[in-house]
Each structure stands twice: as C-alpha cells, then as structure tokens.
Write a protein that binds this ligand. Sequence first.
Ligand code: HEM
Length: 133
Amino acid sequence: MAEEAVVFTFEEIKQLTDNKRNLLVIHNGVYDVAEFLNEHPGGEEVLLEHAGKDATENFEDVGHSTDAREMMAKYKIGELAESDRKALEKEEKSRVADSSSNSDNSSSWKSWIIPIILGLVGTFILKSYLLKQ
Ligand code: HEM
C-alpha cells in the first residue's frame, strides 16, 4: 500500500529507465517490468519499446485479459505525477484530433477526384459508342 503512494514524473521515469530499470506507464500507474520481461506472453520486445513511456494505448489495443490486469498489480511501483497526467491527456486528445483531421482530408480529396474520373471515363465510352453508330 505504502509503495502505491510513490509519485513519479515522466522525467524521473525516463531517468530510472536509463539506469537499467524498465518503467512504463499504464493508466497513470507506474510499472517496473524488468522482472517480467522474460515472462511476458507478448514478449520482452514490446515492453522494452515502451520503457520510459506511456504504454496505455498499446496495452489496450492488445485487449489484455482480466488475468493480465491482475498480474499488473505485482509490478506496480507508483503513480504518475498529477502534472504529467494532464500533459498526457492533452497529448492523447491532440493525437485523436490529428488522426481525425487527417482522415477527413484524405476522404474529402477522394470524394471529388473519384466521381470526376468516373464521369470522364463514362463520357469517353459514351462518345466513342455514339460515333460508331
Ligand atoms: C505490466 C504490464 C503487462 C502485463 C502484466 C501483461 C500481461 C500479459 C499477458 C498475461 C498476456 C497473455 C494474454 C492475456 O492474458 O491477455 C499478454 C499478451 C500480450 N501483451 Fe502484455 N502485459 C503487460 C504489458 C504489455 C504492454 C505495455 C504491451 C505493449 C504493447 C503488451 C503487449 C502484449 C502483446 C502484443 C501480447 C500478445 C497478445 C497475443 O498474442 O494475442 N503487454 N500480456
């Protein structure tokens, strides 16, 4: 219990990770997965990739089981500092905004170029058909 009250900033998480510990953040909890690397069913590679970073998004994308979520508790060493949580939320929001505006751009581009091409092709086919008559 007392351990869970320890608060880390991203700065500290990064520093500790440099010193051969493997800390990562999932749902604002800080986990030291150094002992878990060899046991992780998803392999050590993915855990190392997220060392010193927030892994929430990818952790959720995998769709970890309830068992996995219970296992996590064993590796929890503290919480992410309040100040860094806000930065994280903003980052996530802007990432969502970025990806939605990107897809909007590409879909609006496709929404006019495809009908124009189809229209031109249709016109040529019709013209060559009528000229043959
Ligand atoms: C302390 C944190 C973690 C624990 C305790 C944990 C535990 C587990 C467990 C028990 C499984 C087996 C499948 C299941 O029961 O859901 C698994 C699979 C997996 N995990 Fe994790 N995991 C952790 C963090 C992560 C992170 C940060 C990633 C990053 C992407 C990750 C990626 C994967 C992948 C790719 C699989 C394989 C899924 C499959 O083969 O279908 N895990 N993990």
